[in-house]
Ligand binder design. Structure first.
Ligand SMILES: Cc1cc2nc3c(=O)[nH]c(=O)nc-3n(C[C@H](O)[C@H](O)[C@H](O)COP(=O)(O)OP(=O)(O)OC[C@H]3O[C@@H](n4cnc5c(N)ncnc54)[C@H](O)[C@@H]3O)c2cc1C
Length: 432
């Protein structure tokens, strides 16, 4: 069988589409195979169920054009407009079991200062523009409790740390590695405040607007409903087979699927041992993001704490006084994302008067194409995972936000960065 394409890309999220687009830009023939019936993967822009007039991002949404160079490049290239969130004017926190308007009691303000300084100092060991796995930071791949132990924090400050990490991770913070959060802080300009105030821009019309533009302008060939089941490589090429028996041949391959589902692809020959080791076990990232139409909450609300939802962020305010809120929860407190009453009870922990009119969400954890949200590692696994997964295997290069070797790993920025990196890797393979 003659090799047809220069490259076959598996997975049509931001990483796969960026890799395919960059290869097409270099004059390479490329085809994208996507298991689902839409592009976008963990970004998912669609109307709010039952409200065709409202568009929601059920997955990735917030960006920052100043801190994120890949996003800046993409929105500049395609002329994509962004909107900036309004700053919250009322905040609610649940720490040490108490609902508060300031995150910690006065007696713990010094603790708050210490933990902010500790995180900032650790982040300064990381150069944001360099690959994480090439920096001498393995010793930061420790548990949260190990990281904060020397500070002897008061209970409210400790809960604030847990809540912020649980919000980002969708996992019990005590089980996750600090390395990603420290790297993240470096990405925020070495500012822990960035967890609250850095990602405040969104693409007008939703994240899908940018992806659609990337696909249309480069006229990418995308085959939907092509679940890749097997990837076989030999000395002269790669053969990719789908679950339904379709077969594509190419000189090289980019695999850009979430790392939790990589193990369902039959690689022949099998992947190197260190990759296999990491891929047998799921990562911890199991966030949930219910969108909800709410009324009777204060103007421009923001909430954070160890409630049933770890955070509430404002999506939009409407003239009739209602608003669109995005909640963030996860494994700590499993909520039924379709149950309006459960979600209302969770919102009322922060805003007792709140009335939730309608809820909508995509369950990323139950969806077999994702089996989780974004990669959150256990202590001691984050650093070595990056080293292993960023090594190509013959003609195959791996991509995706979960294995992006930058401070923006797990974000759209990380997906685009990883896609660009994969296109470089494939170009090197094709040049050989
Ligand atoms: C709830 C939530 C909120 C988020 N919020 C933000 C945010 O505000 N800002 C931000 O920057 N990022 C956010 N993110 C993260 C961001 O969405 C992701 O980092 C990014 O979209 C991942 O892109 P990717 O290309 O790496 O992977 P994906 O988008 O997951 O793409 C992988 C693709 O592979 C496909 N696939 C899987 N298996 C196969 C197979 N066997 N064969 C073929 N195709 C397959 C999948 O269907 C999918 O389309 C959020 C994510 C979630 C889930």
């Amino acid at each position: 069988m003659n090799a047809t394409y220069d490259a076959v890309v598996v997975g049509a999220g931001f990483a796969g589409i960026t890799a395919a687009r960059d290869l097409a830009d270099r004059g390479r023939s490329v085809v994208l195979l996507e298991a689902g019936t839409r592009i976008g993967g963990r970004t998912y822009t669609r109307p709010f169920t039952g409200r065709e007039d409202l568009t929601v991002d059920l997955g990735g949404s917030w960006v920052n054009r100043e801190l994120q160079p890949e996003i800046w490049r993409e929105i500049a290239r395609y002329g994509i407009p962004l909107t900036e969130d309004a700053m919250p004017t009322s905040a609610a926190f649940i720490t040490d079991g108490v609902l508060r308007s300031f995150p910690v009691p006065a007696g713990e303000i010094a603790d708050l200062e210490r933990v902010v300084g500790h995180l900032r100092d650790a982040s300064k060991r990381i150069a944001p523009s360099q690959r994480l796995s090439r920096q001498p930071i393995r010793d930061l791949d420790v548990s949260v409790d190990e990281f904060i132990a020397p500070l002897q924090l008061g209970p409210a400050t400790r809960d604030l740390v847990y809540a912020a990490l649980a919000w980002y991770a969708g996992a019990d913070p005590r089980n996750v590695s600090m390395l990603g959060f420290i790297a993240q802080t470096a990405g925020f300009g070495h500012s822990p405040y960035g967890f609250f105030g850095a990602l405040t821009e969104r693409i007008i019309g939703g994240a899908g607007t940018l992806l659609d533009r990337m696909v249309e302008q480069s006229r990418l060939e995308i085959r939907l409903d092509h679940y890749v089941a097997q990837i076989e490589q030999s000395q002269d090429g790669v053969t990719v087979r789908t679950r339904h028996g379709q077969c594509v041949r190419a000189h090289s391959c980019v695999v850009a699927v979430p790392t939790n589902v990589l193990r369902h692809i039959d690689f022949r020959p099998g992947l190197a041992g260190d990759k296999q080791r990491f891929l047998t076990e799921n990562h911890m990232g199991r966030a949930t993001k219910p969108s909800m139409l709410v009324r009777h909450v204060p103007a421009r609300p923001f909430a954070l704490g160890l409630g049933k939802l770890q955070a509430l962020c404002l999506g939009h305010e409407y003239p009739d006084g209602s608003c669109l809120l995005m909640g963030f929860g996860g494994e700590r407190t499993k909520l039924d994302l379709t149950d309006r009453e459960q979600i209302e009870a969770a919102v009322r922990e922060y805003y007792p008067e709140a009335e939730v009119l309608a809820v909508d969400a995509h369950d990323w954890n139950a969806d077999p194409l994702f089996d989780g949200t974004y990669r959150i590692d256990r202590p001691g696994q984050a650093y070595d995972f990056l080293r292993a997964m960023n090594e190509p295997e013959g003609r195959i290069v791996f991509a995706g936000t979960d294995l992006d070797d930058s401070v923006w790993r797990i974000w759209i920025e990380g997906a685009v960065h990883s896609g660009r990196h994969a296109a470089d890797g494939v170009s090197a393979i094709l040049a050989r």
